[in-house]
Unconditional design. Structure first.
Lengths: 200, 200
């Protein structure tokens, strides 16, 4: 028995359309000027909506940054999962997932580091924050899945190692000492550590 | 040929004495009320020095927190190194170093998390901040040294694994999701991950 997909209602489409406009406007302004130099009013104007409406989608500039970065992160994770399917060995597969995440996080370094700070230290009950945490969990699940291609790594061990890879990524991307380093240096730093995690 | 230790001058002793008083006063007030509810004036009063003098030792409440936590961290690391000497195997030895660091970081959880946030995101050129980073490097060196008791772990690999342990500790202690968890739960979470790092 097949069930026909429900048509998406006009109200729902309208809501998604506004969210897309807000995300695009915030992404462009944040990436051009950095979070600190953009006002929510500028974002509302660029998205062509009222500030009252904007407030329904994200209450602070911090939440708007989470919204934008979550959207890029979702895309990056999808690209990484696809690339990992074609990778030869576990290290290569893990790095196929890690690389686009690093790239999207560091498209604008200071915004990316603020996003990571929010993920670790912010309020996990705020919806956009919760979504960011879900994305980190999904990233760990994707990494755990490719680690199990190595027969010596059982599911429990794969989950633990994937959580460790998360910690390695976070610290490599967030540390002030790395703020001036290009994406490639960060990716290499992470790869070096992931390599040390894997069975010889 | 032996060289007699230089006597410490009066000026130097006086300076150390003031620093000790400031550290003790800030530690007591921060631990009792939390960083947010203490003023630098209260700390100066309790240390029995003027605010102008206080300013010579630490310019902000954030720097005073770094000063206090660095002092506890230094003691914790010394205790950990000593305990690791008596540990049976590498995991036990690593955790002998990790445990007192976690305990001192979480004596007051919110202050400890603020300290970690400063270490990762703060200004590494600020002196107390630089000292905190040095302590994390010393912790990694102590961990790398005990990892090399396992003949299969060479110095380069030990250094990489120790850096990974740093990332694991940081994320376990800092994450908002762990803010309500007791020291023992954090130590177990770290031990579980460190165990997964070590050769079988």
């Amino acid at each position: 028995m097949s069930v026909a997909p429900q048509p998406v209602g006009r109200r729902e489409r309208n809501k998604q359309d506004k969210l897309d406009r807000i995300t695009a406007a915030a992404r462009e302004l944040f990436s051009e000027h950095g979070v600190d130099d953009v006002t929510t009013q500028q974002i509302a104007d660029k998205a062509d909506i009222g500030t009252g409406t904007l407030f329904l989608y994200a209450k602070t500039k911090g939440e708007l940054l989470l919204l934008v970065q979550n959207s890029s992160y979702t895309d990056a994770l999808a690209r990484g999962r696809a690339a990992a399917d074609h990778a030869e060995d576990p290290l290569e597969a893990v790095m196929a997932i890690v690389r686009p995440v690093v790239e999207c996080n560091r498209a604008q370094i200071s915004n990316g580091r603020t996003y990571l700070r929010e993920i670790v230290f912010g309020d996990p009950d705020e919806p956009h924050h919760r979504k960011a945490l879900e994305l980190t969990v999904q990233t760990e699940e994707a990494i755990a899945a490719v680690l199990q291609r190595d027969q010596r790594i059982n599911p429990a061990k794969a989950a633990t190692l994937a959580h460790i890879v998360s910690a390695i990524m976070l610290l490599s991307m967030a540390a002030t000492a790395n703020a001036a380093r290009p994406v490639e240096a960060i990716v290499q730093e992470i790869a070096h550590q992931v390599d040390a995690l894997l069975p010889d």
